[in-house]
Design a protein around this ligand. Sequence first.
Ligand SMILES: C[S@@+](CC[C@H](N)C(=O)[O-])C[C@H]1O[C@@H](n2cnc3c(N)ncnc32)[C@H](O)[C@@H]1O
Length: 183
Amino acid sequence: MARQILHELTRLGYVENIVFPCCSGRCKNCTFRCNSANFAFDKPAIAEVAETFIKEYEMEDRMEVMGGDYGRDPIGEEYDLIWASGTLNFVKNNMDSVLKKIYDALNPGGVFISFHDGLTHERTKPETMVLAWLPTVLMGNDFGFDQGFVADSMLRVGFKSVCSRTLDTLMGPMDLDIGRKAK
Ligand SMILES: C[S@@+](CC[C@H](N)C(=O)[O-])C[C@H]1O[C@@H](n2cnc3c(N)ncnc32)[C@H](O)[C@@H]1O
C-alpha cells in the first residue's frame, strides 16, 4: 500500500527523491535515503505498540514515535512530508482546524497526503466503504467522508494546490488527496 501511494507521488511529480525509512522490499523506481528523520503519531496506547514494531525492525535510530491526540496536542514542526493514513475521519467535525495545524507544521514546499475513503453517489458507493462504515453509522457515528471533503478543506486552510486520485486498493477504492504548500 505504502509503495503504491509513493509511486503515485513520484508519477505526479510531487516527490523527486522518495525518503522511505523501510529497508526491506526496496523498489527500483525509488531513490532511498535512509538517513531522514521520521516520526509516527498516534494515540498513546497505539504509539506504545508502534514502538515495539520499530524495535523489532531495528529502526529506532530513524523513527521517533509521538503519542497524543492530533486534534488537541502539538504534532511537531518543519516536516517535508506528512502522511495521514485512514485517520482523519475521527476529526471530521474539526477538519479545517486540524488541517491548518498540519499546514503550519510543514516546511515551505512541503507535501501533505491524506489517504481515506471517498463516498460517492449520495454516499451509496464504493460499496466496500459503505459496508465498512455501516456498524458505526448504526451506532450513530457517521465518520465517512464525501469524496472531495478533505481536498476542499486543504484548499481552505491555504494549500497552494491539491491533486486527488482514487486508487484501487485491497480495501476497495480509496482516495488520495495530495496538498502542496507554497515554497
Ligand atoms: C483506521 S486506523 C489507521 C491506522 C494506520 N494509520 C493505517 O493506515 O493502517 C485509525 C488510526 O487513527 C488513530 N487516531 C484516531 N483518532 C486519533 C487522534 N485524535 N489522534 C491520534 N490518532 C488518532 C487511531 O488510534 C488509529 O490508529
